[in-house]
Write a protein that binds this ligand. Sequence first.
Ligand SMILES: Cc1cc2nc3c(=O)[nH]c(=O)nc-3n(C[C@H](O)[C@H](O)[C@H](O)COP(=O)(O)OP(=O)(O)OC[C@H]3O[C@@H](n4cnc5c(N)ncnc54)[C@H](O)[C@@H]3O)c2cc1C
Length: 378
Amino acid sequence: MATPHIVICGAGFGGLELASRMSAAFGEGVRVTLIDKNDAFVFGFSKFEIMFRRRTRDEVSARYARIAKPGVTFRRERITAIDPERRRVVTDAATYDADVLVVALGADYDIDATPGLREHGHEFYSVDGAVALAGVLPHIERGHVVVGVVSEPFKCPPAPCEAAMLLDDYFTARGVRGQIAISVVSPWEIPIPATRPGSDAILDRFRERNIAWIPKQGIAAVEGGPSLAARLGDGSALACDVFLGIPAHRVPAVVVESGLAENGWIPVDKAHLATRFADVYAVGDCTSAPVPKAGIFAESAARAVAEHLTVRLRNEGVARPYDGAGSCFIEFGDGNVGRVDVDFLSGPSVTAPFTPASAQGAAEKAEFAATHLQRWFG
Ligand SMILES: Cc1cc2nc3c(=O)[nH]c(=O)nc-3n(C[C@H](O)[C@H](O)[C@H](O)COP(=O)(O)OP(=O)(O)OC[C@H]3O[C@@H](n4cnc5c(N)ncnc54)[C@H](O)[C@@H]3O)c2cc1C
């Protein structure tokens, strides 16, 4: 290939990491087209900042227009079709033919898959949902607030528990916590299946702060009428006054229509994230790679693809296989953040040591955000 054209669909955690790495390795020696329908990147965890009014949507948005990387062109366009056989991407503005195509389109939410969720519930998983909640939370004075995970898989395993611990903080600061009960409904037995110590720390905090943990249940429906209730997977009704749902997740429709997905997600080879189509890769939440859906794993997948492509294009070296590893920060409230250093794939079994929550952890998380934005946009 002379100057290979790499088309990256989606400029989230995975797409931004891959574009940055290819630019760092090759500069103008590659032609990277990075496409996203949005005009800015927002970290998943910034949705907490929005919903609790710590920062505005604008303040947490990193504008793609700032990307100035040799070899990389950003296009703000909506992808309407992907032909993996021909490596052709069609958007609402143009058609792109790729030598190498990487799909990093993340996961969409299917709010209407849960009856009543749209009418009677709220969500904080999308930026719009977090903005809307920022207008709702200040009016809550009493009652039962339920954070409920509809089904798995869902992004960022700790996020529902983080939401509960931050709600506890928020209502305490407003002086209304005594009149408010908080519960978390999860399909899992423990908050983060990959880490027992991290899960125990969350459950200890729940006990200390009187947050109820309701395990091994999905949400079948949210029922309105004279009194609100979450209908759990076992058929029982959980009465509540405010329901914050983590909606069902699915690949974007354009991925389904492309034929890339099987059983809901894009299958990839574990080592280099290749799909069954020649020179087509997929990273992050849109895949069925054997890791949870989280930015850190999208990032490490992008690292693996970047190394693999670098070896291929230079025709030298050996690419490290995907390790499914990364550091996951967990908000515990009171300004303290814990950390799990997860490694899913590089050893014989999963390792996930936990570092207890502290102010130092909060500083590390802020540093994580700053260094990533610098690397992706600087
Ligand atoms: C509340 C919350 C907290 C979280 N906290 C953390 C955390 O602390 N750590 C962590 O690692 N992860 C966290 N996550 C999860 C994290 O945000 C995602 O897992 C991560 O963003 C996935 O990266 P990705 O590249 O696969 O997809 P995304 O980052 O979702 O990127 C996909 C991109 O594709 C674009 N796109 C989709 N369809 C189209 C189309 N048709 N045309 C053009 N563009 C399109 C989207 O606009 C998007 O920019 C959190 C998530 C939430 C909701």
